[in-house]
Design a protein around this ligand. Structure first.
Ligand code: DGY
Length: 321
């Protein structure tokens, strides 16, 4: 009997074809709707390997659902949806997809920063709604990006790649991270500073930190009040790092100028969420790494990790070493 691999979302058949020669592979048949919890639990009970999405909760209940499960590969660099400690206790390998998505996610983060600063979405909506009556000096005037100060919270691979893009705009680069990064300081001229200094000095505060107990609810009203009134806040990490009620109040009361958000406390965010009603918010649906090339590379990395573990080899990107 071939080992059984369950994939929690419909992926392109061509991408998984090779795996089928060695394994019994089943995919949840829907592309845009997550697998129901009851089915995921059932599948976890019989699978040797799971390929999961960041929207699947991989917790103790799921990890102890069966006795065959050897590996869970999460199609994301972040793995805050996975109880890694429980997996380690059960001897289950957890893998993620770092590096292959770094450049695409940095591109998107910078695109979001630019779209927010230069009011691209508002402009596109304005013209489509037939509101453009004449060229005028301050029509949809936004904020300069070049020569401004960018403050990056979380200087991992994606943070460094965003910093690299910022050098092209001749920006001053500040960063805050658990540890100093000599390479980004040397190569990109980035300056390490405390979280407090960063939020007070930056024109663009860019959140790229993983979601952990320490970073949950990091951005509160008090933090937004300490930012410049012209500051633009960008979040491309995880929604719960931000207190959304506080962000809403900060945007409405003018504590900060605007926000660009790729991630939300609850995903998908409700269409009626107050943040979505603000003209100074650019909101996009968690598409940081969403390019065809990058997503195919991420899928391939997950499949390689599954094959490695099930063949008794070292996976490329093991989280619980
Ligand atoms: C990740 O991989 O963690 C990103 O959020 C996906 O876009």
């Amino acid at each position: 009997m071939k080992p059984y691999v369950f994939i929690t979302r419909k992926l392109p058949d061509e991408a998984v074809e090779k795996l089928r020669a060695k394994y019994d592979v089943k995919m949840w048949e829907k592309e845009d709707v997550g697998v129901p919890r009851s089915i995921l639990l059932e599948e976890a009970g019989r699978a040797d390997a799971l390929l999961t999405m960041l929207s699947d909760q991989i917790d103790e209940e799921l990890l102890s659902a069966g006795t065959r499960l050897k590996v869970v590969t999460n199609l994301a660099v972040g793995y805050d949806n996975v109880d890694v400690e429980a997996a380690t206790k059960h001897g289950i390998a957890i893998c993620n997809t770092p590096d292959v998505l770094t450049a695409a996610t940095a591109d998107l983060t910078f695109a979001l920063l630019m779209a927010t600063a230069r009011r691209i979405v508002e402009g596109a909506e304005f013209i489509k709604a037939g509101q453009w009556k004449s060229w005028s000096p301050l029509l949809l005037a936004g904020h300069d990006i070049h020569h401004k100060t960018i403050g990056i919270v979380g200087m991992g691979g994606i943070g460094s790649a965003v910093a690299k893009r910022a050098t092209g705009f001749e920006m001053e680069i500040l960063y805050h991270n658990r540890s100093r990064k000599n390479d980004v300081e040397m190569e990109l001229g980035a300056t390490y500073c405390s979280f407090e200094q960063l939020i007070e000095r930056s024109d663009f505060v860019v959140c790229l930190t993983p979601l952990t107990e320490e970073t949950k609810n990091l951005f509160t009203r008090d933090v937004f009040r300490r930012m410049k009134k012209t500051a633009i806040f960008i979040n491309a990490s995880r929604g719960p790092v931000v207190n959304e009620e506080d962000l809403y109040a900060a945007l409405v009361d003018g504590d900060i100028a605007a926000a660009g958000l790729d991630v939300f406390a609850k995903e998908p965010i409700d269409q009626t969420h107050p943040l979505l009603g603000l003209s100074n918010v650019v909101a996009i649906p968690h598409i940081g790494s969403a390019t065809v090339e990058t997503r195919l590379n991420m899928i391939q990395l997950c499949l390689d990790n599954i094959d490695a573990i099930l063949s008794g080899k070292e996976p490329k990107t093991l989280v619980n070493k």
